[in-house]
Write a protein that binds this ligand. Structure first.
Ligand SMILES: *Cc1c(COP(=O)(O)O)cnc(C)c1O
Length: 229
């Protein structure tokens, strides 16, 4: 792909990223493939429409309310065939809305939230698939279960709250090489019998794919830069 990035259409960008995911996963063991989660937060409707036209069906959103407005109002006609992932922090008072709206919640990160999600799921008669967010860099400002607490948290989520835990998710520190974090996440998933690994964003999805990602969350490389919020 020799076109400069600003000239590329959303469809070009997606084809390019899918090809790079393919190349990065060649020869991987036990390969169930990689799901490209298109991170649509803050993006203008025209780009979202163009992305829908490519056949992309999996989208990621940071905020419950923004997602409800985009996918429950603007693009409501497409909603039924889409899979929507919540990838931003979830407050307990929004747990009910998130449980009834999303197909996957990637940011389960504390016991209180597990309790609220379990209660909401019982009331709704449905529960999204869940990923547990791990704070692999142990950054104080970042959400996520601390690595030392992870094994006990997985057990509590599964056994105490009977939640469907599909895997683990992480966002490595911005100023560090991502590989050690991806490797750590993959080892923590394996020892807990979990197969899902949501890791890798625009800057590092190829590295994540090579290290076993099952889901990559790509925003700006796919849609173009986000306007400052
Ligand atoms: C915004 C966001 C992404 C996508 O980031 P890009 O760098 O634009 O690809 C991925 N994951 C999470 C949790 C995000 O908040």
């Amino acid at each position: 792909m020799n076109k400069s990035a600003p000239d590329m259409t959303v469809s070009d960008r997606r084809a390019d990223i899918l090809a790079r995911i393919d190349a990065a996963t060649k020869g991987r063991a036990n390969d169930g493939g990689v799901t490209l989660v298109a991170v649509s937060k803050v993006q203008p409707d025209a780009r979202i429409r163009a992305m829908l036209e490519t056949g992309q069906t999996v989208f990621g959103e940071n905020r419950v309310q923004e997602a409800q407005s985009r996918w429950g109002e603007t693009f409501t006609a497409q909603r039924a065939r889409l899979k929507l992932h919540l990838i931003g922090p979830l407050q307990t008072n929004k747990a009910g809305d998130a449980v009834s709206f999303f197909d996957v919640i990637e940011t389960l990160d504390r016991e209180k939230l597990a309790r609220f999600i379990a209660k909401a799921a019982q009331a709704a008669g449905r529960c999204p698939q869940l990923f547990i967010q791990v704070n692999t860099g142990e950054e104080p400002q970042k959400a996520g279960v601390m690595p030392a607490d992870l094994d006990a948290f997985v057990k509590a989520a599964q056994q105490t709250y009977d939640l469907p835990v599909a895997g683990l998710m992480c966002i490595p520190p911005a100023d560090e090489a991502p590989s050690p974090h991806f490797i750590m996440l993959s080892q923590m998933a394996a020892r807990n019998g979990l197969t899902g690994l949501s890791m890798g964003m625009s800057a590092d999805f190829k590295t994540a794919c090579a290290l076993g990602a099952t889901h990559v969350r790509v925003g700006s490389a796919l849609f173009g830069d986000r306007a400052p919020a």
